[in-house]
Design a protein around this ligand. Sequence first.
Ligand code: FUB
Length: 319
Amino acid sequence: MKKSLIFAAAASLLAGAVQAANPLFPKLFTADPAALVDNGTVYLYVGHDQATATDKDYVMKEWRVYSSCDMKNWTDRGSPLAPSAFKWAIGKVDAWAADITKRDGKYYFYATVDHASIPGRAIGVAVSDKPEGPFVDARGSALITNDMTLESNIAWDDIDPAIFQDDDGQVYLYWGNSVLKWAKLKPNMTELDGPIHTVGVERFTEASYLHKHNGTYYLSYSREFPEETAYMTGPTATGPWKYQGVIMSKNQKVKTIHQAIIAFNGKNYIFYHNAKLPGGGEYRRSVAVEEFSYNADGTIPFIKQTKEGPAANPSAACK
Ligand code: FUB
């Protein structure tokens, strides 16, 4: 390891970084990972599971963000925002799954919250000049509401936003529970650009996530319930999609799993959650990560959950 990287690792430990195996964050219950690679640093956004051991539903009053220069040492950067950032969202407001991207020097955070006047879950977008926030509502109204999609008659079918920017600059938002939906976004990142489309995916549950590797598009998602992680591939950001199989098995003590896939410093990683932190359960989840390598044909291998997690991968570009 280069001297500068040893000094950087020592400095991050002194700054309060946690050297993590899986689950990554031993002090808090965390769920629904969303990841951003920016300036050689990984930023990991999670929902904070605050339910007690006897609660029978989610209690999630904030999102949290952590950063790492090496996938091993994680620094707690606090809470970038809470659902209360969206004034149009009130009631039983939980910080459900979110996703993040950077455009023109600004960071856009797409998040699931409850709408105050349009019954059901909705998707909002918040913006910040820094990856660690604070984020503020970028529109003053919801981007997606339950009455905009009528395919399924449930209040939580407009959840789990996944934001993807293609190499030509076109932005796509995927989301949904039970029915997978997508729409284009305008370059301002805060308005839909055209109609909402649906994709017929057998046994689709939620947590869609779009990424690109070597020119191929990968659309991963939670399949069945309890959930396992599966994926499809396609030649464009909107398919046509070919089912490729399951890449992570169902969890033991929690029915959800929610993945995010990134490339960082020459290696590939999948974040997910389980309930392996002591005291964990359905509403007390814990985020973990594994390294993986694509097969020679571009497919993703089956990935086992481990206790060790990935080896350190120090990024020279990390500041
Ligand atoms: O955290 C609340 C919900 O559970 C998320 O929106 C889903 O993806 C599932 O993980």
